[in-house]
Ligand binder design. Structure first.
Ligand code: HEC
Length: 108
């Protein structure tokens, strides 16, 4: 590794450590971007069904289709595992992206 590479690596490591320190859990703005890949199947601005149920007001509902309460853990589990026509996102999204996504879904 030459000097220049070393400096670059250190700078990157520092940068992400700083970003991490200042990061609150979940950024709804970023989550909105992540949601673009969900919006082929889900409406965000209505409860009208597309491929899957519209997600407006998701977190204020009594329950989801699977009968569970729409809290953070259950919504995350649905996103991770999918099922009944919904793809599983466990490997497709990072934990940060899922945090952002859930922060966004809460605003709907
Ligand atoms: C290929 C279409 C498709 C894509 C893409 C998709 N979903 Fe779904 N989703 C569905 C279907 C169909 C269901 C209904 C499954 C069921 O009833 O069990 C569903 C169910 C859900 C539910 C549960 C809703 C409820 O009331 O039970 C949530 C939350 C959800 N999806 C979030 C997401 C998020 C977030 C993404 C993007 C990361 C996403 N979905 C991407 C098809 C999709």
């Amino acid at each position: 590794m030459n000097k220049c590479t070393l400096v670059t690596v250190l700078a990157l490591a520092c940068g992400s450590a700083l970003a991490f320190a200042g990061d609150k859990k979940g950024d709804a703005e970023k989550g909105k971007e992540v949601f673009q890949q969900c919006s082929v199947c889900h409406n965000a601005d209505s409860t009208e069904k597309k491929m899957g149920p519209g997600l407006k007001g998701l977190f204020s509902r009594e329950k989801m289709n699977n009968g569970k309460k729409p809290n953070e853990a259950n919504v995350r589990a649905k996103v991770d595992e999918g099922g009944n026509g919904m793809p599983a996102y466990k490997e497709m999204l990072s934990d940060d992206e899922k945090d952002d996504l859930i922060a966004y879904l809460k605003t709907l």
